[in-house]
Design a protein around this ligand. Sequence first.
Ligand SMILES: CC(C)(COP(=O)(O)OP(=O)(O)OC[C@H]1O[C@@H](n2cnc3c(N)ncnc32)[C@H](O)[C@@H]1OP(=O)(O)O)[C@@H](O)C(=O)NCCC(=O)NCCS
Length: 273
Amino acid sequence: MNHPDTTILLKIVDLPFYRNYFLSLAKSITLSAYKRKMSPEALLQEPKTADYQELCQELFPSEVILVLSQQSKNESVLLKDELSLVTGYSEKRLQEFSTGRWCARNALKQLGHKPVSILKNDKGAPIWPQGFAGSISHCKGMYGAAVANTRRYRSLGFDVEHLQTRSQEKAIVKYICTEKELERLCLLSGKNLIKESRAIFSIKESFYKCLAPLVQKYFGFKYAQVQINWSREEFTLEIVKDITTEFISGMRFNGKAKLINQHVFTGMCLPQT
Ligand SMILES: CC(C)(COP(=O)(O)OP(=O)(O)OC[C@H]1O[C@@H](n2cnc3c(N)ncnc32)[C@H](O)[C@@H]1OP(=O)(O)O)[C@@H](O)C(=O)NCCC(=O)NCCS
């Protein structure tokens, strides 16, 4: 025998209007799950953007605005000048670029800035409006931008990575990790190994996005070494090879790292001195 609440629910679902409503809801969940290569159950269990947004705000001090989106946007959110940058982009790249710009404009809006085009320099870094610094990242199922006023921060680094296993995990780890990092990774296996290696990668990407606009040069993954304290959701990054005369070996930077569901988020900022 059904519980009385279930009996009432079944009666409601049996009404043509509600039956159609539930059917279309189920269809849209199945379609969204299919588009994001997930099972409908996994989609329903996934945190909502507002939950991610709230948890990830802890990546940065309160003056930094972080805007996330799980839904991709198309080029209709781009401004005229930005449209000229996307010629020849694949559909996936266009969605990444558009959603990143949408997040960045929303973050700027929260800091009181009117909508402006965010172009890019010859190295691919976003060109922020005068008086602002920021960082953009996108990966499977997540897009985001962190922006702050340059009165407080010289530069920001933000990165998000999906935990999905890559086919050449070992080769990638060797390419991005120093000997010391590899020694620590050797002690891990399974999900812990993936989580740690993906976080090291993400932290180094955040660091690169934070520093590259200041140093105006490329520097590889072995220029820095990372130590993560997961219980405090913090990391320390140490430069192990001089990058410029200002950013030299031995300098240390702190930042935050968060693992939420299938995504690793990392953030750091360089305060004005
Ligand atoms: C540029 C790079 C950091 C992007 O990181 P990614 O994880 O591949 O991709 P993400 O989605 O997280 O970030 C892409 C965004 O980074 C930003 N970006 C690209 N080049 C950048 C640069 N030189 N400086 C700052 N930000 C840059 C862009 O906003 C880009 O998105 P958009 O093109 O849609 O605007 C990465 O591709 C790279 O070249 N890394 C090698 C250098 C490195 O990481 N060294 C480690 C030093 S310890």
